[in-house]
Design a protein around this ligand. Structure first.
Ligand SMILES: C[S@@+](CC[C@H](N)C(=O)[O-])C[C@H]1O[C@@H](n2cnc3c(N)ncnc32)[C@H](O)[C@@H]1O
Length: 498
């Protein structure tokens, strides 16, 4: 029987794809602006990093990392935790601090959307990140709220959930839950529930800046239209799910008007007088208004309040975002959300007695005050088999039946010799562990980071099976090790070993 050959889609070279997109966008810009854009595309696109205030003091960390690794940095003007790295002795992706989540590598344009939210009047907000994977902007949301309230990081793609979970583990937030549902569902399942919603929409990525990790691909008019319809449905769901008075940020990394201005225009038509697009001109260092027209339709003047970042404006890749306030209720249908009680997945609240045992163990071995951390962070402890998780109270209060892929932060697990802490818990609360540390000499750091065990001559001063917190001579956390006879067994998670 003749086998049907699978049709291979041949991808055009990236220069051709970029030229195609440029052609399409030319009529949207004046002659001078288009020339400026072409010139900007000849320049390098600088990498940028965003610091993690849960683990470092951003300004201090930027200064010390620049000195340590020979980086030339410059602040991103609209993001207080963001820096461009204009030249780097040691690559930004190859440092101990990057592996430990002290900063996230992110294009500077992607730092704008989360910065648009106001959080002053909501110190512990309920936030939905509707299309979250791999989680760059979720980490920003966690940072902006200093891990208070709750961020539900949702993504409909099964294949992209693992990446999202790993990014969040490395960042170290505890007030998070990862879910896997079509974003279109949230409006009907949870109407008027969230204080803030980020919709970083799936898009055609026509941002004029191909990188190795995000190559631009060629796209047909039909695909753009389909994407536009999906974006409109997702945005309508976000508007329904946000509380009256709450904010939604709509963002894309494409410059195609069908996916940007046209989506906002559709929202204004669907919810007349009930939503408002904030004028971003006062918040941005340079003007970056959205389009008045795409050459066919003239948009509602309010659409221009959004920000369209052409690459020549801020030296970023192309980007679009809008800050929307829901002025009043929009009604709409309600549907019962899915439900899965904790018992169904054998997740049970830690008993009082076990909490006391665990807390005594942590004081004895590490001088770590568990109760203080739980209280200050509004966390409670839950056990699933041998694993113990710290789960935010906001999740328990508002979403305890929502089926999740992950929730909270793994504290550790029960082992033969008591409790074994997780890498992510120690990495997050590292300065609070006052004892139980093991200082690694400089000559051993490289092999340790490759995941190798090390021999310890005076091993008998540690009890067998004890988990030690390994640090280098600069006091940086390098992972956990387990004492087995005269060896320190390397417990560095595989994903972190070089
Ligand atoms: C632009 S990416 C998000 C990037 C992410 N916000 C970040 O900053 O790292 C868009 C995401 O939307 C997801 N997605 C696509 N369709 C979706 C839908 N209907 N509901 C929820 N997520 C969807 C994709 O799997 C993809 O991960």
């Amino acid at each position: 029987m003749a086998r049907r050959r699978k049709k291979q889609k041949i991808q055009k070279p990236s220069s051709e794809i970029q030229a195609e997109a440029l052609n399409r966008f030319q009529s949207l810009l004046s002659q001078e602006e288009f020339a400026a854009l072409q010139e900007a595309l000849e320049q390098p696109l600088y990498s940028a990093i965003r610091m993690n205030p849960l683990k470092v003091t951003p300004d201090e960390a930027a200064a010390s990392l620049s000195e340590r690794y020979g980086w030339q940095t410059e602040p991103v003007p609209y993001c207080t935790t963001g820096w461009w790295v204009k030249s780097a002795g040691v690559p930004i992706s190859q440092t101990i601090e990057h592996r430990e989540g002290h900063y996230y590598i992110q294009d500077a344009a992607s730092m704008l959307p989360v910065e648009l939210f106001d959080f002053e009047d909501v110190p512990a907000p309920l936030i939905l990140d509707m299309a979250a994977s791999p989680g760059g902007k979720t980490t920003h949301l966690i940072a902006k709220t200093m891990d208070r309230g709750l961020v539900i990081a949702n993504d409909s793609s099964h294949d992209r959930i693992t990446a999202l979970r790993l990014v969040l583990q490395t960042w170290g937030g505890s007030h998070t839950a990862v879910t896997r549902f079509p974003g279109e569902k949230f409006g009907r399942w949870y109407p008027e529930t969230f204080d803030r919603i980020l919709l970083d929409a799936p898009c055609s990525m026509q941002n004029l800046r191909s990188t190795e990790s995000h190559p631009m691909r060629s796209i047909t008019a039909r695909e753009r239209k389909q994407l536009s319809h999906r974006q409109q449905r997702l945005l309508a769901s976000a508007i329904q799910a946000v509380k009256p008075g709450g904010q939604v940020v709509y963002a894309t990394c494409t410059l195609s008007p069908e996916e940007d201005e046209v989506v906002l225009e559709a929202m204004l038509n669907q919810f007349p007088g009930k939503v408002e697009i904030a004028d971003l001109s006062a918040r941005l260092p340079l003007p970056a208004p959205a389009l008045q027209t795409d050459g066919r339709a003239v948009f509602n003047p309010a659409v221009q309040n959004a920000a369209r970042l052409w690459p020549h404006r801020y030296g970023t890749s192309g980007f679009f975002c809008a800050l929307i306030t829901k002025l009043e209720s929009v009604g709409g249908s309600f549907e019962e959300p899915p439900s899965r009680p904790f018992e169904k997945i054998s997740l049970f609240c830690l008993s009082q007695e076990e909490t006391v045992n665990l807390s005594d163990f942590l004081v004895e071995h590490y001088q770590f005050d568990l109760n203080k951390v739980l209280e200050e962070n509004s966390l409670t402890l839950w056990r699933r088999m041998e694993k113990i998780y710290a789960i935010p109270e906001a999740f328990l209060t508002h979403f305890n039946l929502l089926p999740f892929q992950a929730v909270g932060l793994l504290l550790g697990e029960t082992g033969v010799n008591g409790y074994e802490l997780s890498h992510e818990w120690v990495s997050r609360f590292y300065p609070l562990f006052q004892t139980g540390r093991f200082g690694l000499s400089d000559d051993l750091v490289e092999s340790w980071l490759r995941g190798e065990d090390i021999l310890i001559e005076s091993g008998d001063q540690y009890s067998a099976g004890m988990i030690l917190i390994v640090e280098d001579t600069l006091g940086r956390f390098l992972g956990l090790g387990k004492m087995i006879r005269d060896q320190l067994k390397n417990l560095l998670p595989h994903r972190l070993a070089i």
